[in-house]
Design a protein around this ligand. Sequence first.
Ligand SMILES: [Zn+2]
Length: 126
Amino acid sequence: MISSSFSVKENSYCQYSKFRVGCSLLCEDGTIFNGTNVENASYGLTICAERSAICTAVSQGHRKFKAIVVSRCDQDKFTYPCGACRQFIAEFGLDIDVYSTRPDGSYERGTICELLPFSFGQSDVI
Ligand SMILES: [Zn+2]
């Protein structure tokens, strides 16, 4: 999944920020969906790679995810999903593993629960 997140990063549409992001999402059944960030001249319409991958998976009928791998730009540091994406990932389970990678293939891991403590979720609205 780390290599696929690197590959899909090449498809990033980031002409404004030049901040390339690739993401690979592992479903419970082993299926992997990829996503990349898609920017827009109206900046607020930009969608992150994580949400891109999740929307693709959900639209194909998948709802149970085990892990998500994020490959950001070419920075030599670990970065994690933005707040909006953390909320989006948490919608599908607080035990989803989130991996952040560096260009050398090294990674760090945390659960979405660790990245989004005291989260707002389904039990708050149902
Ligand atoms: Zn995001």
